[in-house]
Design a protein around this ligand. Sequence first.
Ligand SMILES: Nc1ncnc2c1ncn2[C@@H]1O[C@H](COP(=O)(O)OP(=O)(O)OP(=O)(O)O)[C@@H](O)[C@H]1O
Ligand SMILES: [Mg+2]
Length: 424
Amino acid sequence: MMAINELYTPKQVQVLKTLRRTDWRLLINYGAVRSGKTVVDNDVFLMELRRVRAVADRLGVKEPMFILAGYSSKSLQNNVLQELTNKYGIDFQFDKHNSFTLFGVKIVQTFTGSIAGLGAIRGMTSFGAYVNEASLANEEVFNEILNRCSAQDARIVCDTNPDVPTHYLKASYIDNKDPKAGVVSYHFTIDDNTFLPTKYVENMKAGTPSGMFYDRSILGLWVSGEGMVYRDFNKEAMMIPHSKLPSNLTYYAGIDWGYEHKGTIIVMADDHAGNTYLVEEHTRQYEEIDYWVEVAKDIEQRYGKIKFWADSARPEHVARFQREAIKCYNAKKSILSGIESVAKSMKQGHFFVVQEAMDNKKVGTDKAGYHYFLDEVYMYVWDKGTGLPVKLNDDVMDAVRYAIYNMHEGIKARVTKKPRQLRG
Ligand SMILES: Nc1ncnc2c1ncn2[C@@H]1O[C@H](COP(=O)(O)OP(=O)(O)OP(=O)(O)O)[C@@H](O)[C@H]1O
Ligand SMILES: [Mg+2]
């Protein structure tokens, strides 16, 4: 038989030892990505089912119930069920409500990503719960899971990546040190996972944007952003003359519609080495849609029929572009993921701005000749309260984010087919 420390990391062993204690009701394993939270929680899930069966035997309960909760059906399948099948060969037999029985316990699945998750568990009495990716859970659904766990000795196990410090999971549970609340939590950092190859951890550390993303993903801390959003932007290293732009580039554009606020179209280009270049910026206030059609057609004159990723908040503008036969698409706008993909490119030294694109001269039909990227990148700051950037001086920032995120994520999805990590 293998020794426990060959099977688990020291942090995971700590979690497993906690199962023998009876002084807690809610166990939260939170922290860095890839730090070993779900692997141990999946085993904890199986051990808890054995314990529940024993409790039920004592109480003479024929079919005790247990809640298995995850953000979505797909994430539960990927993070929990598939992993258990791979590791232990468990063959789950689902009934018509997607419940299944394991070790004499009936497991009811619920999806916490929307309030609809309530329906699956309303009214039931559960002997315990396992909540995967708990910080993504709708708070009402999470509360209902806790309320449902009313059977004798019921307890709840969660794993989660950190979020803002004001998140209910942190503020109301992890920080609740009252022993009567029965909350135990463990903080995982990426270094706690002794099974990860050293090289992989080094790459993760080197490639994760400084500040909030690093503190959450690598250190596993509940922090909000502070100061500059794009901390890794470095004007000295990232501004290049047009003459240094490689050939054979894939061009694309990002659009943030605006009238009272500035409107902006930026042109980006990717090379084959994973570098991204900002090659043109067209920003102007008080211009009607006709002006922007003209700018876009002018861009097409230079780069051909490229993709324009646009803010979907103005569907009439997107429709007008499409009527003009411009390849204009609604951009996916998820703010944090979008910022993360831009910030990653900067941190990894793959982001460049063509100097001439920032000079105060006109390009094509661009009447303004003033460019805002460099102003905005230094003024674009986190709002500590919301955990998102302050919505001010962000027009060019938004356009850059739409372009890079949609272009890069789209490619990744096609190449790897792996479902995107929900966080981190
Ligand atoms: N006890 C273990 N034995 C072998 N490999 C392990 C063990 N624990 C973790 N790993 C390895 O580390 C990887 C990441 O672990 P896990 O999925 O538990 O991380 P996580 O903290 O849930 O990450 P995320 O926050 O990204 O969901 C696993 O896919 C597995 O390869
Ligand atoms: Mg996980």
